[in-house]
Design a protein around this ligand. Structure first.
Ligand code: ADP
Ligand code: MG
Length: 255
């Protein structure tokens, strides 16, 4: 299998009031095409910073990020924006939808922004309808974003992240604001999207969420300390066994 994302000696340092904060220190990992990987670790360990830097949203201090053989730091800002728009999807808690647009308009917006993916209006509409149906939010398509529940809004964010058929989805605590039932629905959808071929890299605190991922990386003090491979989560996977394995591993790490 070929690497989709290859991260080498990634360092990220923030300087605030002349004080250096080395948030990521020599991080190395790969994500294979079609993989579903969770990032866990204590609060402040650099998980969000990791997602931001590997997805080109934020500049690295040092190191290499290769996305399908393309070195991100070798691309212009414009080229990085295009990779992000066309090849990557984002489900970030703090990335709100636009307030003056309906759910539907928010979902299709990235498709209209893309110059690379030349879908027709009809195709975009058809795909948006298909996605909304799959994620069960058809009935709120014309609602404003403040007229839907947290779970519906998160599912709309996932639709939006998928509209340009990305190769990988980056998600920061995608279930963080959801109750147990919505969280499990969102994970069911992410698992399905992943089985259909889209890679997923997600940050989570929730062991139930992480247990549905193929591989879990544990980050501490800006470094990957360990990883565990649970394998693909199929519909008939033994949920309890996966959760137990993960929980034992996390306990050994002092989680
Ligand atoms: N934009 C920023 N400017 C300065 N410091 C930041 C910035 N973003 C994050 N940090 C610092 O980086 C560290 C890691 O933050 P973060 O990646 O958000 O951790 P996590 O997501 O694991 O909780 C924290 O000490 C935080 O204060
Ligand atoms: Mg975070």
């Amino acid at each position: 299998m070929s690497d989709q994302l290859r991260v080498r000696n990634l360092c990220k340092t923030y300087i605030i009031n002349k004080r250096q904060n080395n948030v990521l220190r020599n991080v190395n990992f790969e994500i294979e095409q079609g993989e579903m990987v969770a990032i866990m670790g204590p609060s402040g360990s650099g998980k969000t910073t990791l997602l931001y830097t590997v997805s080109g949203m934020d500049k690295v201090t040092a190191g290499n990020i290769e996305f399908f053989g393309k070195e991100l730091s070798g691309l212009s800002d414009n080229e990085v924006s295009n990779v992000r728009l066309n090849e990557m999807g984002f489900v970030f808690q703090q990335m709100y939808m636009l307030k003056n647009l309906s759910i539907y308009d928010n979902i299709i917006l990235p498709a209209y922004q893309s110059k690379e993916k030349t879908y027709t209006r009809k195709e975009i509409n058809g795909y948006a309808v298909e996605l909304m149906h799959k994620l069960g939010i058809t009935e709120v398509a014309d609602n404003d974003i403040n007229e839907v529940s947290g779970g519906q809004l998160q599912r709309a964010c996932i639709c939006r992240s998928l509209i340009n058929k990305p190769r990988i989805i980056f998600a920061d605590e995608p279930t963080g604001a959801l109750n147990q039932q919505s969280s499990s629905e969102v994970m069911k959808i992410l698992n399905q999207i992943n089985r259909e071929g889209t890679s997923i890299m997600l940050v989570t605190h929730d062991q139930k969420v992480a247990a549905k991922c193929e591989r879990i990386l544990y980050i501490e003090d800006g470094n990957i300390r360990d990883e565990i491979r649970l394998g693909k989560c199929g519909e008939s996977s033994d949920r309890r066994e996966r959760e137990k394995k993960l929980s034992t591993w996390l306990m050994d790490l002092g989680w």
